[in-house]
Design a protein. Structure first.
Length: 659
């Protein structure tokens, strides 16, 4: 991306202007801001679409970047809990929220302007490259709409920019049933895949390609198929019982394009299977040689390096990555935080326990060889190679080079600093760690950030094909075998399935549930594989929502736990450091659990008794301002917009019960 910096400097002169006068729908960029002779050249198309890449996840300026996105799930926790686990605390906002059209309108401006010019042969440059940049715009519109579906469900489909006419804008605020929106997303992704090149024009995987579009297509299709299956019959799917869209005249007579919800699920699964297979068959997995460097003479491990390299273009599995450059001041904090306590984001006991042994057996199974968790070294012993590789262990050597004055790390991994809360759970990870000491100062990191990698396609295929047929076919078996072989785990996944106890897995894995009921062992182990391969990569919340994996929290609270503090590891800390059962407690009490509970120290925490849930929390509430703008007078029910299930039309209200 850095090669486009100069272009972007010029492009900033034409920065997109968005009016907020109507709030609920943003106006298109105005002609006096973007000259009418703009977007007639290939380079201008490149500059416009590169400006959209900020929509994708990246390390940005956040302390632990993409590796911290999974916090506030059953996988990872930081120092503060999320109000979505405290029913009544997540409330209907007065303004803002997820109901926004800014990105959509900026993309529509490009498509509405460029596509007619392209069809009229009015754009100069390489025909194939011009098509590629148009494909990028279709991709980003699909990506933004997928964000809306995940957050809000039903959402207006807006394909063009409208005049600043209130009545027109109110009319186009009508929410489109989510399944129709998903078909629109898939259509845009098909256009993107057809127009984008197999290899991005930059030649460095810093711009999108056909395979990025196909991967996201498989993600979207699997998400919606899972959602429709798991929420079938409820207010969270079109035509389900209590679906709020049924109250609007414009939804009367609506039906799934496939004819029924079951037929729609089948169609979506077919889309996911086809797209994921095309990606998986085109890209190999990065090898894991099983080495964790403890000396400069040790071999480097490509699988480990893939998550923290400064140049990720050479990894076949990486489809898209974000480049950083210290010389240009495009830097982040991930390396320094990965060398310390992960900016307080730690792994949970539930995630750590979910990793099987290298022999393929769950830790509780007879003959597994599990040593226990009295020490972190014990936790890592003989485990799945991904846990062994990426879970830090005190007193291990950090093989630093280019060490200079002011470096914020030590050559030896320290004892988890749980007293001053740098380590929220006591379990810290190595994903993202680069041994270059020159990057170990605050704000000096320039390792890459993976946006998409092909392994997700392997996992998407396994799950989609199983949901479709109820069995593991030969292709799915080969993909699953490849993933486990790379992880250093016995490749016989049936051995793991046979030894799985769902009651024991449920203690630490929300993915063991759908709609409050335990799933069967094969499906669970597909979900487990996904959890273990993709942890700390920002996809866990998406998966938990589509699996409907939080219902059980409404009747049984869940306690976020970390390492086994109240065992031999308590001796790591000085006398008097570990205080509990007081208003100034430093750690949770051993009377509550032998494991560290980061949110249960003083008794004043709203989640002191564990995480809970409300059904409404599967979707975001829509802010009241959008109803006020589109309603007739003060009667908000006259707005064409309808509120999501369990949320009211009153600002500051918490979620209401849903039958």
């Amino acid at each position: 991306m850095k090669r486009y910096i100069n272009t972007l400097v010029l492009f900033s002169l034409f920065v997109l202007a968005v009016s907020c006068s109507d709030d609920f729908l943003d106006r298109p960029p105005q002609s006096q801001v973007i000259p009418e002779d703009y977007l007639y050249e290939e380079s201008q198309l490149a500059a416009y679409t590169i400006n959209l890449y900020g929509m994708l996840p990246s390390h940005g300026n956040w302390s632990f970047g993409t590796f911290g996105i999974d916090s506030d799930t059953d996988n990872m926790a930081d120092l503060s809990y999320d109000n979505k686990y405290v029913p009544g605390q997540w409330r209907v906002p007065q303004t803002d929220g997820s109901w926004s059209f800014t990105n959509i309108y900026n993309i529509n401006y490009f498509l509405n302007t460029v596509v007619p010019r392209w069809e009229a042969n009015e754009i100069t440059g390489s025909e194939s490259i011009i098509e590629h940049y148009i494909g990028e715009a279709y991709f980003f519109r699909a990506f933004e709409y997928f964000n809306k579906v995940q957050a809000l469900g039903d959402f207006p489909i807006v394909k063009k920019n409208y005049a600043d006419d209130k009545e027109v804008l109110i009319d186009v605020s009508k929410r489109t049933p989510r399944s129709e929106v998903v078909r629109f997303i898939i259509s845009d992704l098909d256009s993107a895949a057809a127009m984008m090149q197999n290899t991005a024009p930059d030649g460095n995987k810093n711009r999108l390609s056909k395979y990025s579009a196909l991967l996201v297509k498989s993600r979207v299709a699997l998400y919606e198929a899972s959602w429709l299956q798991n929420f079938k019959g409820t207010a969270f799917v079109p035509n389900g019982s209590g679906w709020p869209g049924a109250a609007k005249n414009y939804n009367q007579g609506w039906n799934y394009e496939a004819g029924s919800i079951d037929a729609e699920i089948d169609w979506l699964l077919d889309q996911a299977i086809e797209a994921s297979k095309e990606v998986a068959d085109a890209f190999s997995l990065t090898p894991n040689n099983g080495v964790l460097q403890q000396a400069v003479t040790d071999s480097q491990n490509p699988y480990f390096d893939m998550f923290s390299d400064t140049d990720m273009s050479g990894y076949d599995e990486v489809l898209l990555w974000r480049d950083y450059d210290q010389g240009l001041g495009v830097v982040h904090n991930v390396p320094v935080e990965a060398m310390r306590g992960n900016a307080t984001v730690g792994l949970t006991k539930g995630l750590v326990d979910s990793f099987v042994m290298e022999n393929g057996l769950p830790i509780y199974a007879s003959g597994s060889g599990y040593v226990g968790d009295d020490y972190i070294a014990d936790v890592r012993s003989n485990r799945d190679g991904r846990l062994w590789l990426f879970l830090k262990q005190p007193e291990q050597i950090n093989v630093l080079y280019n060490v200079n004055a002011g470096t914020h790390v030590t050559p030896v991994e320290p004892i988890p600093e749980i007293i001053n809360r740098i380590y929220a759970t006591g379990y810290a990870i190595r994903k993202g760690l680069n041994y270059d000491g020159a990057q170990a100062n605050n704000g000096q990191g320039y390792t890459g950030s993976i946006v998409f990698r092909a392994t997700e396609a392997y996992l998407n295929y396994i799950e989609a094909s199983y949901l479709k047929t109820g069995s593991i076919n030969g292709t799915a078996a080969s993909y699953w075998t490849s993933i486990r072989e790379r992880a250093g785990v016995d490749t016989d996944f049936n051995k793991t399935i046979a030894a799985t106890s769902m009651a024991l897995e449920a203690a630490g894995d929300w993915g063991a549930y759908t709609a409050g009921q335990l799933v069967e062992p094969t499906l669970y182990n597909i979900r487990r594989e996904r959890r273990n391969e993709l942890f700390a990569e920002g996809l866990r919340w998406m998966d938990l929502k589509r699996w409907r994996a939080m219902d059980q929290l409404m009747t049984q609270n869940y306690h976020i736990e970390g390492f086994k503090l109240w065992g031999p590891m308590q001796n790591w800390y000085d006398s008097g450091e570990l205080t509990y059962e007081t208003g100034t407690a430093t750690v949770s009490s051993p009377n509550r659990s032998t494991y560290l509970r980061p949110y249960e120290k003083t008794g004043g925490e709203l989640v002191y008794d564990g995480y809970s849930w409300a059904m409404a929390h599967y979707l975001d509430p829509i802010a009241i301002q959008h109803f006020l703008i589109t309603a007739e007078g003060a009667d908000l029910s006259t707005s064409p917009i309808y509120q999501n299930p369990g949320w009211t039309l009153k600002a500051n209200d918490g979620a209401q019960p849903i039958n």
